[in-house]
Unconditional design. Structure first.
Length: 131
């Protein structure tokens, strides 16, 4: 006995909903996570955590002058501390973004898979087939 057009459409929909769409959702989720990691440059910021801020390095003059040497040392340390402070905040913001996307993606994916079941249970309950 051949299947009706409605049954064929239902089979195609279920195949799409549970086989094709979850793969695309997971791929999109992975791409958004990758985007956040690259957008905030988290790996690069970890590597250059104590580099001077905006490459601001004071160079000492020729000859040894203790005052100029100490001034150069202090300015370079301040520049590195400013750089570390800014980089830590950007890293924390990036990690917060990554965690938020990870949680939101997991909730969305589980909701995507469970929504049809919730709708079916709701309709069966509303019709009165179960108490």
């Amino acid at each position: 006995m051949p299947q009706s057009k409605t049954q064929n459409l239902m089979v195609l929909f279920l195949r799409w909903y549970y086989a094709i769409a979850p793969k695309k959702i997971l791929k999109t989720w992975r791409n958004v996570l990758s985007f956040g990691w690259n957008f905030f440059s988290i790996g690069l910021l970890f590597k250059t955590l104590f580099s001077p801020w905006k490459r601001d390095i004071t160079k000492s003059s020729s000859g040894f002058d203790p005052k100029a040497w100490l001034e150069t040392l202090v300015m370079n340390l301040i520049s590195r501390l400013i750089g570390a402070f800014v980089r830590v905040w950007v890293i924390l913001l990036g990690l917060f973004f990554e965690i938020a996307i990870l949680i939101f993606g997991a909730v969305f994916f589980l909701g995507w898979l469970g929504l049809p079941l919730l709708i079916i249970v709701g309709v069966v309950y509303a019709v009165g087939l179960i108490d």
